[in-house]
Every structure is written in structure tokens, then in C-alpha cells.
Design a protein around this ligand. Structure first.
Ligand SMILES: [Mg+2]
Length: 395
């Protein structure tokens, strides 16, 4: 299993565990440090992290346009999303312009919540070789829903922490060394100042004191959530249960603080660091978090073997239409299609027939180049340009 999987399992188990402490009857379990009775359902933190893990598994990197649609398509109102996220994801699913919607949240400030940080550990865990390389993809996935600079900084800090946590499997570190390395890659602002303060508090024995100074997620902002979560992870990097008990004992937004801590710590310990009793109580991860490499939406055709340029028609899609083209479910037996990094792939019978490069120009999407299969052993259209024109005009 990959470090991203370890981080996802740690994140979902932490999320499920933490959410149990919103249940008043479970308070006494907290005092006694006894596991609350299962099953523990996971929440929005895990649902979004599953989309991140699926996107990463499928492509080896994250395609923002496709991840946006994964968030929207898997969005389940009953998983505890905040009101702004519920509305945003519903509008995207209905064909809305995702970047414009995200930027318009909170009177145009963008969301500064902890929702970008809560889902990012599986992404960061893929960058242990060079944690600085996690900054770009963490930023790109954050702004899908959270455009405020401090929400982005929180996501960057958690992603980088997950990367360093994996690296610490082979390069032992100290809490100060670990958190200092995260600090060095965190953008300026309130989150960074909080992490700097967390470094000075690593020797503080009482999590309540640390949470008072750093915040515990009660305000659900990234700045109020990430510094404390990384403080708890840094102090307990080798001990998943201790990290999680310390985290939830501080109260606040406990599913999210526990999701962040669980993701970062399990990136270090691996799935083996999560006790069996915890895994047995936590809701299992959904199958869709584990696509075959090369196909989030199910089996895909084999790539074009002998591509030749082909004429393409003058067609144009609005942003909404293009999103519909990308997300509409494939009908069995018909032409399949999917997009990857701006290329629309069209095929049938297990083979790709056309690949069409699509470019966005002033909010409109148009074909910019196209190739057709010409290998005699594959499905080769008799009139390629005519066939492609018919297909694209029908989308
Ligand atoms: Mg949640």
C-alpha cells in the first residue's frame, strides 16, 4: 500500500473517531480514554479525501478540473459539510462555474475554513521525496473550494507535514525538526504565525494550554485548526492512538482536527500504526476511493496506437455545457468519453478512436487539435472527420 493510502486510512479513522465526541454520551469515554462504541461513521473530511486519493491513484497527479467534479459528484448532504460547501458543491453538480462560485464565497473573500486542510494529507504523502513539490498541488486543490490565502496556507502546511511524516520513516526527526520543516514551507500569514507559536509550545505538557493559545478548530478557520493539529501530530508522530486522544481531548472541531492529525501521523506509522480495534469500529472506506490506475470512471479504452491529425468542426461549449460533457455518465455499448488534462478522449469497444485537445478561451471551450486512430487492427472510422464532427456536435 502507498503512503497516500496510509494517510487516507489514518485520516478517515481519525475523522470517524473524532466525530464520536460530538455525541454527549461519549464524553465519559474521553475522560477514561476508552474507545466509544462503534460503528463510527466518517464525515465530509473523509468523503473529500477519498476523491483526492482516487484522483491521485488514477493519474499519479491531481487534475483540478476532474477533482472539482469528483468533489461535487460524491457530495453527500448527510456527511456534515458546512452550509457554504453544501451550496457550492450542489451548484457545481448542477453545472455552475466552479472557480467563480468558490471565489464569490463570503462576500468575495473566499472561504477561510479548514476544509481544504482536512482532505489534503493523502496528496501530501505522495511527495515525501521532495516535500516542497507538494506546495503547488496542495494550493491547486485547495482553491477548488477555499480561495482565501489562509485556507490555502493551511492546506499547504498539512500537505507538507504529510510529506515530511513519510520521509521521517527513513530519516528520523524530532518534533522541533519536523514542525520547523513544515513552517519553512508554509506561506506567510496567520497559519504560519500559529505554526511558529506551536514550535515554541512543543514542550508544553498540557494540550489544553496549547489549544487555548493555538485554537482547536472551534472557529472552523484554517488558522484556528491547523497549528494545533500539527502541534499534536509533531509530538506524537510515532504513536497514532496517543496523537488522536491528545487531539480530541482539546475539544473544538474534533472530527477535522482528528482527521488532520490521523492523516499526518499514519503517513508516518503506516496503516499498521492504527490499532485493529479502531479500524473495526470506523466505517470502511468506499470502493470508489480505489480506482484502477488510468480510470476513475471505470475501465477505459486503450490509447490511440497510430494517431493521425484529423479535421475537427467549429464547435464551442459554454462553461456549463463543457462541464455537462465531462460529467455525463457513459451509456453502455455507446461511445465512451473522458477527459484528462484538457484532452477529450472518445472511443468504443475498448479502444480509443479520437483524442481532442480542448482549450478554454474567455470562458468558452473549443477543440484546438484532434487525432484519430489509424492502426488497421483497431476501430478505424471510414470517414474520420465526418464521424468526429457528428460526435462533437452531438455532445
Ligand atoms: Mg467533518
Amino acid at each position: 500500500m502507498t503512503p497516500s493510502y496510509d494517510a487516507l486510512l489514518g485520516l478517515s479513522t481519525g475523522d470517524s473517531f473524532g466525530a464520536q465526541f460530538f455525541v454527549p454520551d461519549n464524553r465519559e469515554h474521553l475522560t477514561a480514554r476508552q474507545l466509544p462504541p462503534g460503528p463510527w461513521p466518517w464525515t465530509d473530511d473523509t468523503e473529500m479525501a477519498c476523491s483526492v486519493h482516487a484522483a491521485l491513484t488514477e493519474r499519479g497527479e491531481v487534475d483540478v478540473f476532474d477533482l472539482t467534479h469528483a468533489f461535487a459528484n460524491h457530495h453527500d448532504f448527510d456527511r456534515g459539510y458546512g452550509p457554504a460547501a453544501n451550496r457550492l458543491l450542489r451548484l457545481v453538480r448542477e453545472g455552475g462555474d466552479a472557480p467563480a462560485l468558490a471565489a464569490a464565497l463570503f462576500d468575495g473573500q473566499g472561504s477561510y475554513g479548514n476544509g481544504a486542510a482536512m482532505r489534503v494529507a493523502p496528496l501530501g504523502a505522495a511527495y515525501a521525496d521532495d516535500p516542497a513539490r507538494a506546495v503547488g498541488p496542495a494550493t491547486a486543490t485547495a482553491v477548488i473550494t477555499h480561495t482565501h490565502p489562509q485556507a490555502v496556507a493551511g492546506a499547504v502546511a498539512v500537505a507538507v507535514a504529510a510529506a515530511y511524516a513519510v520521509r521521517a520513516r527513513t530519516e528520523p526527526t524530532t518534533p522541533e525538526g519536523f514542525l520547523g520543516a513544515v513552517l519553512a514551507l508554509t506561506p506567510d500569514g496567520a497559519v504560519r504565525r500559529g505554526i511558529a507559536e506551536a514550535v515554541t509550545l512543543l514542550g508544553v505538557a498540557d494540550h489544553r494550554t496549547a489549544a487555548q493559545l493555538l485554537g482547536n478548530g472551534r472557529l472552523v478557520s484554517a488558522a484556528d485548526t491547523v497549528p494545533f493539529a500539527l502541534w499534536a501530530a509533531a509530538r506524537n508522530l510515532g504513536d497514532y492512538p496517543s496523537a488522536l486522544w491528545e487531539t480530541v481531548s482539546a475539544g473544538g472541531d474534533v472530527d477535522t482536527t482528528a482527521a488532520i492529525v490521523g492523516g499526518v501521523v499514519a503517513a508516518h506509522t503506516g496503516a499498521a500504526g492504527i490499532p485493529d480495534a479502531w479500524l473495526a469500529a470506523a466505517e470502511p472506506l468506499p470502493d470508489w476511493a480505489f480506482p484502477e490506475p488510468g480510470g476513475v470512471a471505470g475501465p477505459r479504452g486503450r490509447a490511440v496506437l497510430r494517431p493521425e491529425p484529423v479535421a475537427f468542426p467549429e464547435v464551442e461549449w459554454t462553461s456549463e455545457d463543457w462541464q455537462r460533457v465531462r460529467t455525463r455518465d457513459r451509456e453502455p455499448g455507446a461511445w465512451y468519453r473522458y477527459t484528462r488534462e484538457g484532452v477529450l478522449h472518445l472511443g468504443r469497444d475498448g479502444d480509443e478512436v479520437f483524442a481532442v485537445l480542448v482549450r478554454a478561451v474567455r470562458g468558452r471551450f473549443r477543440p484546438a487539435a484532434a487525432v484519430v486512430e489509424t492502426d488497421p487492427g483497431r476501430a478505424v472510422p471510414a470517414d474520420p472527420a465526418g464521424e468526429l464532427a457528428g460526435l462533437l456536435r452531438a455532445l
